[in-house]
Ligand binder design. Sequence first.
Ligand code: GDP
Ligand code: IMO
Ligand code: MG
Length: 424
Amino acid sequence: MNTCVVGLQWGDEGKGKVVDILAENADIVVRYAGGANAGHTVIIGDTKFALHLMPSGSVREKTACVIANGVVVDPGTLIDEINGLKEKNISMTGRLFISENAHMVLDYHKLEDQLREASLGKNKIGTTARGIGPCYADKIGRSYALRMADLRDIDTLKDKLETIVAYKDKLFGALYDAEPIDIDAIYTKCCEHSKVLSPFICNTTQFLHEAIDADKNILFEGAQGALLDLDHGTFPFVTSSNASALGLGAGCGVPTKYLQRAVGVVKAYTTRVGAGPFPSEQDNEIGQLIREKGNEFGTTTGRPRRCGWFDAVAVSYTARLGGITEIAMMHLDTLAGMDELNICKAYKVNGKETTFFPGDAADLDAAECIYETLPGWSEDLTKIENYDDLPENTKNYVDALEKIIGVPISIVGVGPKRSQAIFR
Ligand code: GDP
Ligand code: IMO
Ligand code: MG
């Protein structure tokens, strides 16, 4: 059984927790998109892991972990994560497989991300400043890109770096009046990264297809959320990869015909970090309450997350995009104590009602939510272990969402820990 887990909102839905839970039955966990812009939290007992590049299966010592070709890898961050796991007595030796074709994020990508955002002022995207956009841009542009395979041949890498840095210096100097890039510092780091990471770099497409032939269970871990997908999200306020399930095939070389199960992760409400449209946003005391109760601060940047009601128009759309077979809904516990809960079930766009998510940015900006209001509940859910024991109003809320989205909700989250998930 091969499964993918993807976010159906604007990221931070709780993918790390869901992947960790499902990884119990997985031989391999694969990251196939995004980079260190992701922040996936796994909490086991009192131990908390915040993973950026490492698949969330890494916390289980028997699980092989693949960082596939679609990921943009910041080698320094990855090494920090390997060391962080080692400090918690978790070894990656022999079970980490990094694609030779994954592109490498270097310091000048992070610099460009920051310079560009600063120059855009109020029009900035609000990126994580992890160099994601500039690295994917180099990948698409081809001529100035470096991949993980380049770490295996450090002399050739030096020649390539000289060409790239000369180009970037001209560009950053002209556009941003930036200081020249310290090429020696970058090369020295590459030499160090080469020593640590070379043993892990391999052909992950071959590894995955051999695993398929051997009937292994593979779990594909999405990063970001479908509304941040470069082609299908809220462009330009998106990330630079195909963050929906549609990115899986290209991101790791495994076609979806090998997938049996597609789990879409959502929160019981909606959050977003960074700029961009958010029709059901509650920039008021309701949003503030959700932020405080749900501890809605970014795992990667610590920024407060924007909060709002559940947007069923958006999730119905992203569930379709992902071929989603079931939904895991996290943070039900966070909604306890609200008198009423609103679900956005349609948009009004320029006087016309629609239940299909608009493709046009101006239409989305103009969209007003049409809500269905349900009674809330006051009970604390965090210690409940059986679905039947949830308050009636909680179950009614889940049923209402399931009906609108048209996909079964099979797992609900009642707290951040591995143990705080209820299978229906
Ligand atoms: P990801 O990027 O999708 O993996 O999600 P993040 O880890 O960035 O953010 C999700 C946050 O919600 C983390 O702090 C989790 O520990 C927390 N979390 C996950 N599921 C639940 C839940 O059911 N209830 C509560 N209260 N917190 C949860
Ligand atoms: P996980 O995997 C939430 C957002 C950024 C910004 C936009 C572009 O933890 O769900 P980027 O740095 O990718 O160029 O930023 O995308 N973003 C995320 N928001 N969760 C994430 O990842 C995100 N990764 C990127 O905040 O709005
Ligand atoms: Mg996150």
